[in-house]
Design a protein around this ligand. Structure first.
Ligand code: FAD
Ligand code: AMP
Length: 483
C-alpha cells in the first residue's frame, strides 16, 4: 500500500523546501524527498544553495574579503598587523560548519511544520504517484493529490575540459581546494566564475578568466559592467574576453598536476597552463530519470520543465518550480515560486512578479540590479530620466574607505515611475533591495526622494540617485539626465 499525502515535493533546495514548509503551514500533509548525501553520507536538505551554492560560496567570499582587507586596507585605517596568513583547510572547515548549521536548520523546520523528510531518489510515475528509491535500493510508492517538482540544476560540462574534480573542477570542486592554487584558470565570466575567481584571487592566486563572449556581463547595464571590469581588473583578475576554450591536456604528477588549456581569441590559437581550472559555464535543469514518460510532463528545447506563470505543468496535479523551470537560476526566484505554488494549492491567488527578480554578483564591490537597464529602455523606445550617484560623494562610504562604484536609478521620463536600479558598490545587494520594495509599490523617483534616509548610511546614495533622476541631488552636480 502506498503512503498517502496531500502534497509530495521532489527536491529540498530553496524552491522545494519553501514549498514544503508553506504546504505544512497551510495544513497539507506533506512529504519532501531528497537524495543529497553530504561528505559523511548523511541526507542533507537545502539543495545546491545551502550545500554547494549560495551559502558556501558566500562563506568563502566573506573569509577571503577579510583576508584581503587585512592585507590591503587595514594600514589605511592605521591598523598594524605584523603577519597575515591564510589557513585554507580552516577556512573550508568553517564553510562546512556554516553549511551544516543551515542544512540542519531546514531539517528542524521540516519537523516544526510536520513535513516528512524522505531520503532517496524520487521519480514521478503518475499524475498522483511518486516512487522513492532509497540509497540501499528499496522502493516505496507515495501517492499525492499534488506533486511539486523542485529537482533543481547541475553544472554544465563542456567537452574540451572534462571535470575530474581534482585539477579541472566545477563550482562544487572550487569550494573544496585545500591550498591556494598558484595559477588558476576560470572558464566563464558569469556570476559564479567571477565570485569563485575572486575568492582565490584575494587569497593570492593568479587568476585568468577565459570568456567566449566579447562583451563583459552582457545582462548588466553597460555603464555598471564597464565599471565592474575596471575594478575587477585592478583587483588582479585577468579577464580575457572573446577567448573560447577549445581543449585541455592534463600534465604533471602528484601535487604538481596541472592543465594546459587551449583557447582561441582574436589573435588565433593560444595556450595557458594552470594548477587548477574551474569550469563555470552555466547550469542546466536536472531531470535525469525524474519523470516517467507516461506521465506526459513536457520539457522545452533546453530541457526545462514547461510551466505557466503559476508554475503549473501540462499535468493538472503537478507543479514545478526553481531552477528546473524557465527563468533566472536564482535561489530567491525558486523560493517565491515554491511559496506561490503552495498557496495556490490552498486556493490563494498568489503570484510571482517576474518583472522584479533582483540579481546580484557577490564580488567586492557587489554588483546588483533590478528592472530595466538603459540599453533595454533604449531598445524599447521608452524615455527615461537617469540619476547616478557615485559612492565617492557618500560620507559613510568614505568613512569606511570603501567608495568604489555608484547607484544608478532610472525613472520613466513621463510618469517618474522607477523602472530600474543598478548598483556597483559595497552592500550593493542590500541597497538595490530597497528599490525593489519601492518598485513593488510602483513608487516614483520622487517618492524615494521624499523619503527620509538615516545619515550617515550607504543608503543615502539611493536617496541621492532618486533626487538626481529629477535633477536635484544635493551632493553632486546635476547635468544631462533625460534620455
Ligand atoms: P537546487 O538547489 O538545485 O535543489 C534541488 C534539490 O533536488 C537537490 O537537493 C537535489 O539533490 C534534489 N533532487 C533532484 N532530483 C531529485 C530526485 N529525483 N529525488 C530526490 N531529490 C532530488 N543563487 C542565488 O540566488 N544567490 C547566490 O548567491 C547564488 N550563488 C550560487 C553559487 C554557486 C556556486 C552556485 C552553484 C549556485 C548559486 N546560486 C545562487 C544558484 C542557486 O543555488 C540555485 O538557483 C538554487 O539552489 C536553485 O534552487 P532549486 O530548489 O530550484 O534547486
Ligand atoms: P553563466 O551562464 O552566467 O554562469 O556564465 C557562463 C559563461 O561561460 C558565459 O558567459 C559563456 O559565454 C561562457 N562560456 C561558455 N562556454 C565557454 C567556452 N568554451 N570558453 C569560454 N567561455 C565559455
Amino acid at each position: 500500500m502506498s503512503k498517502e499525502y496531500d502534497v509530495v515535493v521532489v527536491g529540498s533546495g530553496p524552491a522545494g523546501y519553501h514549498a514544503a514548509i508553506r504546504c505544512g503551514q497551510l495544513g497539507f500533509k506533506t512529504a519532501c524527498i531528497e537524495k543529497w548525501l553530504n561528505k559523511e553520507d548523511k541526507t542533507v536538505y537545502g539543495g545546491t544553495c545551502l550545500n554547494v551554492g549560495c551559502i558556501p560560496s558566500k562563506a568563502l567570499l566573506d573569509t577571503s574579503h577579510k583576508y584581503a582587507e587585512a592585507h590591503h586596507d587595514f594600514e589605511t585605517h592605521g591598523i598594524k598587523v605584523s603577519k597575515v596568513g591564510i589557513d585554507v583547510p580552516a577556512m573550508i572547515g568553517r564553510k562546512d560548519q556554516v553549511v551544516k548549521q543551515l542544512t540542519q536548520g531546514v531539517a528542524g523546520l521540516f519537523t516544526a511544520n510536520k513535513v516528512d523528510g524522505i531520503t532517496g531518489t524520487g521519480k514521478v510515475t503518475g499524475a498522483n504517484s511518486v516512487v522513492v528509491t532509497s540509497h540501499d535500493g528499496k522502493q516505496e510508492e507515495l501517492s499525492a493529490k499534488h506533486i511539486i517538482i523542485a529537482a533543481g540544476s547541475v553544472p554544465i560540462d563542456i567537452p574540451p575540459t572534462p571535470v575530474d574534480q581534482e585539477t579541472i573542477v566545477d563550482s562544487t570542486g572550487a569550494l573544496e581546494f585545500q591550498e591556494v592554487p598558484k595559477r588558476l584558470g576560470v572558464i566563464g565570466a558569469g556570476v559564479i566564475g567571477l565570485e569563485l575567481g575572486s575568492v582565490w584571487a584575494r587569497l593570492g592566486a593568479e587568476v585568468v578568466v577565459l570568456e567566449a563572449m566579447d562583451d563583459f556581463l552582457p545582462a548588466v547595464d553597460r555603464q555598471i559592467a564597464k565599471e565592474a571590469a575596471k575594478i575587477f581588473t585592478k583587483q588582479g583578475l585577468d579577464i580575457k574576453l572573446g577567448a573560447r576554450v577549445t581543449g585541455s591536456k592534463l600534465g604533471g604528477k602528484g601535487t604538481k598536476k596541472n592543465v594546459v588549456v587551449e583557447y582561441t581569441d582574436s589573435d588565433g590559437d593560444q595556450k595557458a597552463t594552470f594548477d587548477k581550472l574551474i569550469v563555470a559555464v552555466g547550469r542546466k535543469p536536472y531531470t535525469v530519470d525524474l519523470l516517467d514518460p507516461s506521465v506526459g510532463i513536457e520539457l522545452d528545447e533546453r530541457g526545462f520543465i514547461k510551466v505557466n506563470d503559476q508554475c503549473a505543468t501540462s499535468v493538472p496535479s503537478i507543479y514545478a518550480c526553481g531552477d528546473v523551470v524557465r527563468g533566472p537560476m536564482l535561489a530567491h526566484k525558486g523560493m517565491e515560486e515554491g511559496v506561490m505554488v503552495a498557496e495556490r494549492l490552498a486556493d490563494k491567488k498568489t503570484q510571482v512578479n517576474y518583472d522584479l527578480v533582483p540579481s546580484v554578483i557577490y564580488t567586492h564591490p557587489e554588483v546588483a540590479w533590478v528592472g530595466k537597464n538603459e540599453e533595454e529602455l533604449k531598445a524599447e523606445g521608452i524615455e527615461y530620466n537617469l540619476g547616478v550617484f557615485p559612492f565617492v560623494a557618500n560620507g559613510r562610504a568614505l568613512a569606511a574607505n570603501d567608495s568604489d562604484g555608484m547607484v544608478k536609478l532610472i525613472a520613466d521620463a513621463n510618469t517618474d515611475r522607477i523602472l530600474g536600479c543598478h548598483v556597483i558598490g559595497a552592500s550593493a545587494a542590500d541597497l538595490m533591495q530597497q528599490v525593489v520594495i519601492a518598485m513593488e509599490f510602483s513608487a516614483s523617483a520622487e517618492d524615494l526622494g521624499l523619503t527620509m534616509f538615516s545619515h550617515p548610511t550607504l543608503s543615502e546614495a539611493v536617496h541621492e540617485a532618486a533626487l538626481a533622476a529629477n535633477g536635484h541631488a544635493i551632493h553632486i552636480g546635476n547635468r544631462r539626465r533625460r534620455k
